[in-house]
Design a protein around this ligand. Structure first.
Ligand code: SF4
Ligand code: SF4
Length: 433
């Protein structure tokens, strides 16, 4: 007996029907009559019977994973992939918050700043002990990443970043394990001297955020009442790109300022296209704007693509199983300036939220809650029946964890089938563009 995959979506598309399977990530564009044949065989409980009416269509559907053996447990298959990805020990993804302070005063994260917070020398030493332990004890380790986050990680560049990078680089110096590093920074405090040091210490990427075009950005991200930061940041992004650094330029937008974000592309007109290729543009509608209509980013992605930038579109972002968040992975940790340890970097770094503590021997002692969080995936009933589960899977481990006691279940798209279909259509458009 055969069945139609639960991960199949069909959508009208320019007079035809677009079939999509979210597990195999395959699309087939078919005439409506073929879709009717498939529906009829499904309704008759005789999917195999389709072979008699249209053998080539049947074969194609089978090859692309749209129809499969009825005994095949598709959800179990997704779980297997997810577990394999999340328990990969060949990589360690360590995030460091050198400080919870910042040189900006953006209203939306100002409250989480801890003025004067700075990783102390003994914590820096403990972090390096932790790195050394992982190198010596994990025989399967092939790649170790140290990412800097915060707060603004560059405000204690000399005191924290430099010793950590020097220390970590020397730990992996004579080994086959590849060491890499990256930053999430506001991009303001960079200069050529720092870039030279960072490059020499295996830093290859930076994520830098803009809050819209110059006028909007400077209203939100300012150094003081009279000084915005846009011009300096754009100039530093260009400097990084010319130095071969891979930059993710995250552009936060709202419904109101979206159109103005297209102007940002013009501010890079003086940058050679070969350097623009080092910049990946990533549009995000800000969470305060989530209620209501979602803005299509297609006009902006088209403009930036034409200008020579790389683009990360929303549809390609949705890959939560195969490309899960670092915080979902067993081999990941975020060490705060004070030695408290977390997984997710998108929640407040409070003692209550912490999941462990870094000790002076370089080990992390995890709280009991850590395991509950790590095993939070696959408990949300709506996801187990959803056509998008292999791509979405309820978001990430943090979402799943926060809804563990939610009996009704949740959906990151608010159970809105239209939003899910939009994601699929955008994915298709990108695939064929
Ligand atoms: S909220 Fe989810 S995706 Fe974001 S950092 Fe946390 S675990 Fe990762
Ligand atoms: S969160 Fe919503 S869209 Fe995502 S897998 Fe669950 S039910 Fe489906």
């Amino acid at each position: 007996m055969m069945k139609v995959s639960q991960f199949t979506t069909s959508l009208p598309y320019e007079g035809n029907v677009l079939l999509f399977n979210s597990f195999t990530d395959h699309f087939i564009l078919v005439k409506p009559v073929l879709k009717e044949l498939l529906d009829a065989s499904k309704e008759a409980g005789d999917v195999e019977g389709l072979k008699n009416y249209h053998p080539a269509f049947f074969e194609e559907l089978q090859k692309q994973g749209f129809i499969l053996d009825a005994a095949h447990d598709e959800v179990e298959e997704v779980k297997k992939v997810s577990r394999k990805v999340d328990s990969d020990v060949s990589k360690y993804l360590l995030t460091i918050n050198p400080t919870m302070g910042c040189n900006f005063k953006c209203w939306y994260c100002y409250e989480t700043h801890v003025p004067g917070s700075k990783m102390a020398e003994d914590t820096i030493e403990n972090v390096l002990k932790f790195v050394r332990r992982e190198k010596e004890e994990n025989k399967e380790l092939k790649f170790f990443s140290m990412s800097f986050f915060g707060g603004e990680p560059l405000i204690y560049y000399d005191q924290v970043v430099v010793p950590l990078l020097k220390g970590a680089k020397s730990i992996f110096q004579d080994s086959d394990i590849v060491f890499g590093s990256s930053f999430t920074t506001n991009g303001y405090l960079l200069n050529q001297e720092k870039i030279d040091f960072l490059k020499a210490h295996s830093v290859s990427g930076m994520q830098i955020t803009l809050d819209g075009s110059e006028a909007f950005h400077d209203k939100v991200r300012y150094v003081n009442a009279n000084k915005g930061s846009y011009k300096k940041i754009i100039s530093n992004i260009k400097l990084l790109a010319k130095n071969g650094m891979q930059i993710t330029m995250r552009i936060n937008f709202t419904r109101d300022n979206f159109i103005s974000c297209l102007d940002i592309a013009n501010d890079f007109d003086d940058l050679n296209v070969k350097y623009k290729k080092n910049i990946l543009v990533d549009f995000h509608q800000v969470w305060q704007d989530e209620e209501g209509e979602t803005v299509s980013t297609i006009p902006a992605t088209d403009k930036f693509m034409t200008a020579g930038f790389n683009i990360r579109a929303k549809a390609t972002n949705l890959n939560n199983v195969v490309d899960s968040c670092y915080a979902d992975k067993m081999n990941s940790a975020t060490i705060n300036y004070n030695g408290e340890v977390f997984k997710c970097t998108a929640r407040d770094f409070t003692t209550d939220n912490s999941l462990g503590v870094l000790h002076s021997d370089g080990t992390v002692i995890w709280k009991d809650e850590y395991l509950r969080r790590q095993n939070a995936k696959f408990h949300n009933a709506p996801c187990l029946e959803c056509k998008l589960m292999p791509l979405c899977n309820g978001g990430c481990s943090q979402h799943a964890y926060e809804h563990l006691d939610d009996e009704k279940g949740y959906c990151v798209f608010g159970f809105d089938e239209y939003k899910k279909d939009e994601i699929i259509l955008e994915r298709f458009r990108l695939k064929v563009s």
